[in-house]
Ligand binder design. Structure first.
Ligand SMILES: NC(=O)c1ccc[n+]([C@@H]2O[C@H](COP(=O)([O-])OP(=O)(O)OC[C@H]3O[C@@H](n4cnc5c(N)ncnc54)[C@H](OP(=O)(O)O)[C@@H]3O)[C@@H](O)[C@H]2O)c1
Length: 272
């Protein structure tokens, strides 16, 4: 079976760079999508309590028969659960729903002003207790990470942010690379909105790939992780079939140049 490329995080934990995001898939559809993804070869699944499908992710993992140690499960602490004790409680709930006894990567979902420091300390506690293998944040721009030194000496291992050619955050990427924080792209396919951009056409023709495959390859060629969502087995396979080609440096730069600060989700700066 084809294996996705891996990256060693700052604490030595190995993480697959391509995973399945499961936002906006529910009930049986979520279970089926995760099971299909695992059959195809995906090993990283990104969920969150907000997505209301941790139970289905847990069910699919069990049904897959794949050893837990081969999987990389990410979940997050929701905004309303942030705070030290409440994060620890939310973590236990996620664990129960996912039917597992550890999480590979536990993240702060959004940098909520009043509670992000205490929540981070709770994540560090979970790391110390070996209940999580790695800790991360999501939607953290440079000022949020800079601020962390005031309350913790532990940097996140991963920062999950919206990141596409149309939202090419070079400064944030360079900042994370310099600190050995792995950037992970969410909504990498712009939920389909930008896939018809005519400027992708020549690369699609050259490599005989779809726009989605070109964009996901651009993520990997930047050395970052990416977690496209799909509930279709065909598109799950399509999104996974990107390990046998590479963009040139010029082509990567050409795609970087599509930046227009286009966002699907809220700009986290409003939370600073
Ligand atoms: N931390 C955060 O705040 C945050 C925010 C947003 C997202 N995320 C994470 O990132 C994951 C991915 O982001 P997302 O779900 O927002 O959007 P996305 O992955 O950019 O796009 C998903 C959409 O694209 C379609 N699609 C998938 N593969 C395709 C392909 N090959 N060709 C054409 N269309 C395709 C899917 O439809 P089908 O399902 O019909 O294939 C779905 O409508 C989420 O699931 C979640 O895990 C995190």
């Amino acid at each position: 079976m084809i294996q996705p490329p891996y990256r060693t995080l700052s604490n030595g934990v190995i993480m697959p760079l391509l995973g399945l995001g499961v936002y906006d898939i529910y009930h049986r559809e979520a279970e089926t999508a995760v099971l299909s993804a695992l059959e195809i070869g995906y090993r990283l699944i990104d969920t969150a309590p907000l997505y209301q499908n941790e139970t289905q992710v847990g069910n699919a993992i069990r049904q897959s028969g794949i050893a837990r140690s081969e999987l990389f499960i990410t979940t997050k602490v929701s905004n309303q659960d942030q705070g030290f004790e409440s994060t620890l409680r939310a973590f236990d709930q996620s664990l129960k729903k996912l039917n597992t006894d550890y999480i590979d990567l536990y993240m702060i979902h959004w940098p909520i002003r009043q509670t992000r420091a205490a929540s981070w300390l709770a994540l560090c506690k979970l790391l110390e207790l070996k209940r999580v293998r790695a800790v991360g944040v999501a939607n953290y721009l440079v000022p949020f990470i800079e601020e962390m030194s005031a309350y913790s000496s532990q940097l996140p291992m991963v920062n999950q942010v919206e990141f596409t050619p149309w939202l090419f955050q070079r400064e944030l990427l360079d900042y994370c690379v310099a600190r050995n924080i792995l950037l992970q792209s969410y909504s990498p396919l712009t939920r389909g909105i930008k896939l018809k951009d005519p400027r992708l056409k020549s690369l699609c023709q050259k490599y005989r790939r779809t726009p989605a495959q070109i964009i996901l390859r651009w993520n990997l060629d930047h050395g970052i992780s990416t977690i496209p969502k799909s509930s279709s087995r065909e598109r799950l396979q399509e999104n996974f079939s990107i390990f046998d080609f590479q963009l040139t440096r010029e082509e990567i730069q050409e795609l970087d140049g599509l930046n227009e600060n286009f966002r699907i989700c809220e700009d986290p700066i409003s939370l600073y």
